[in-house]
Design a protein. Structure first.
Length: 212
């Protein structure tokens, strides 16, 4: 007998665990304290919950660090957990090499490499990095220094670094590389998550340009 709930996929990027449950639903049930027999017995669900619980515990421990001045860390924690949830999703397999080669790389593995490539540009802090489509397109959110003299030129440098890493290190052929600059930050300011596209300081959006 199948005790699994009907799958109601509303997000094309949502992941399905090997047991058939949506990863987002497993996390949501854990956060809301919802329990059932399947979750209690399923190794895949238990592992997904354990990973999220461990990472969330580490993030929230920042709020109780006595060495830190008392601040409201709610916003910071929520933003970090958004990135944590994104990182835990393996994402879709992406094609590597030529069309006749049966080679794949998982989306989150490629995204980590491309974020590191973006951060090779001095002062750049990379946030979310989503990949998909045919050919593979990239949507990358970044913070750049407030003192940047030419923001479009910096965005182009980021695209070139990302494209070079994809081609030369991963063997991944990219389509568009969309760079979303979500904030201009003071070099001396504490780091914040670059994921939100709502920053009032954003000089350009993802439509700023792309590299073929």
């Amino acid at each position: 007998m199948n005790n699994l709930p009907p799958e109601t996929r509303t997000d094309p990027d949502d992941e399905t665990l090997p047991c058939g449950r949506l990863l987002s639903q497993v996390w949501a049930d854990w956060e809301e304290g919802v329990h059932d027999d399947h979750t209690a017995q399923c190794a895949h669900c238990r592992l997904a919950v354990a990973d999220l619980e461990r990472l969330e515990s580490r993030v929230r421990s920042l709020d109780s660090d006595p060495a830190q001045e008392p601040v409201d860390a709610t916003y910071f924690i929520d933003r970090v957990m958004d990135v944590v949830r994104l990182e835990l999703r393996p994402g879709q397999p992406l094609p590597l090499g030529e069309a006749d080669e049966d080679l794949r790389i998982m989306e989150n593995v490629a995204a980590r490499a491309l974020r590191r490539a973006a951060e090779e540009v001095p002062g750049v802090r990379a946030g979310s990095c989503r990949l998909g489509g045919t050919p593979v397109n990239v949507d990358l959110s970044v913070h750049v220094p407030l003192t940047t003299p030419d923001v479009p030129a910096l965005a182009q440098e980021i695209r070139e670094r990302v494209d070079a890493t994809a081609r030369e290190r991963l063997g991944l052929h990219l389509g568009e590389i969309n760079v979303r600059i979500t904030d201009l930050v003071d070099d001396d300011a504490p780091p914040r998550s670059p994921r939100s596209p709502q920053s009032p300081h954003s000089p350009r959006s993802a439509q700023e340009g792309s590299a073929p």
